[in-house]
Design a protein around this ligand. Structure first.
Ligand SMILES: C[C@@](CO)(OP(=O)(O)O)[C@H](O)COP(=O)(O)OP(=O)(O)OC[C@H]1O[C@@H](n2ccc(N)nc2=O)[C@H](O)[C@@H]1O
Ligand SMILES: Nc1ncnc2c1ncn2[C@@H]1O[C@H](COP(=O)(O)OP(=O)(O)O)[C@@H](O)[C@H]1O
Length: 287
């Protein structure tokens, strides 16, 4: 008699912030060399997995309206693990999409990382993290840090990682209602491309800035408005290539008080910085 495996529930895919983002050069293939500081926040998408004997991999989510399944990083991640490992079976995957898309919070990359980590455990394919990160990097530059699950100083295009422990502050994140195209920011002639490289030892004492911010502000008034409002209350800047911006607070109540004053035409949320991804805790209580 065949037994049906239970659904393995609530695998978190946390968002990230780029606490700073410097562009230090450009490679011959056109990609930009970065230095950035990744920290997770306790705002997550959640995924459920049901392992099947049959080889199909299916995604169940409300996202299919906005991103076709063939482009979804979750399915791409699952297929890449199946192809690489030769695993015979498949999976049904449910996504509870809570993170705003395309705002520099890395939700798509995080969904892909959680899929690789969860299926590697549930399919018992036992790839080491380095290999999972390599498969992940082919899907997006931010996937490896989510697989590693530790806050990191990143170099290269974001794949050379060194674990660090910046303060786990509280953040008020504003999510402007505009889409910033990562490609067009990186192609723009006004983008600064030669910020001097920082050494790991001087990270914490350096002023944290985002090299894409001035350009995005010029082209997206919603981002400019959000930042000029937030900066009155706290040190604030943009994450990734935007459009989300965040202000830093020592205590949750301070961030919540400012959130309560958010103008009616802006949206946001309060989150805590985490140097360890909740994905690691979920992996350790595998069921
Ligand atoms: C810069 C970061 C920082 O976290 O921005 P966010 O995506 O989070 O906002 C990421 O590393 C983004 O990585 P990723 O999300 O994989 O980038 P993609 O969307 O694939 O990049 C779109 C395009 O931007 C350009 N690009 C991207 C990354 C990079 N280091 N150099 C580049 O020149 C390339 O032309 C690429 O085709
Ligand atoms: N599972 C997914 N979740 C979010 N976005 C996805 C996913 N799969 C593919 N994408 C595509 O990736 C793009 C970038 O998504 P996201 O990671 O949320 O933003 P960012 O790269 O700005 O941090 C989206 O606009 C969408 O087209």
């Amino acid at each position: 008699m065949k037994t049906t495996l239970p659904v393995s529930k609530s695998w978190p895919a946390p968002a990230k912030l780029n606490l700073f983002l410097h562009i230090t050069g450009q490679r011959e293939d056109g990609y930009h060399e970065l230095q950035t500081l990744f920290q997770f926040i306790d705002h997550c998408d959640y995924l459920d997995f049901h392992i099947t004997e049959t080889p199909e991999i299916r995604l169940h989510s409300t996202m299919s309206d906005s991103v076709p399944d063939s482009d979804n990083l979750i399915l791409k991640a699952a297929k890449s693990l199946k192809d690489y490992s030769g695993y015979h079976g498949g999976a049904d995957i449910w996504l509870d999409k809570l993170l705003p898309m395309g705002g520099g919070l890395g939700g798509g990359s995080s969904d892909a990382a959680t899929t690789l980590v969860a299926l590697n455990a549930l399919w018992n394919t036992r790839l080491p993290n380095d290999k999972l990160a390599e498969l992940g990097l082919a899907l997006g530059a931010d996937v490896p840090v989510f697989i590693n699950g530790l806050a990191a100083f990143a170099e290269g295009v974001g794949e050379k990682l060194q674990s660090v422990t910046p303060p786990e502050l509280w953040y008020l994140v504003i999510t402007p209602d505009t889409h910033v195209c990562t490609r067009s920011i990186f192609q723009h002639s006004d983008l600064p491309r030669c910020t001097p490289k920082l050494h790991l030892d001087t990270l914490m004492s350096n002023k944290w800035t985002n090299d894409c911010q001035n350009l995005v502000i010029k082209e997206h008034p919603q981002v400019a408005n959000a930042l000029s409002w937030l900066v009155e209350y706290a040190p604030s800047r943009m994450t990734g290539t935007g459009a989300c911006v965040f202000g830093e607070f020592k205590h949750s109540q301070q961030a919540l008080d400012v959130l309560a004053q958010l103008p009616a035409d802006m949206k946001g949320f309060v989150a805590k910085g985490l140097n360890t991804s909740p994905l690691l805790a979920r992996l350790s209580k595998l069921d």
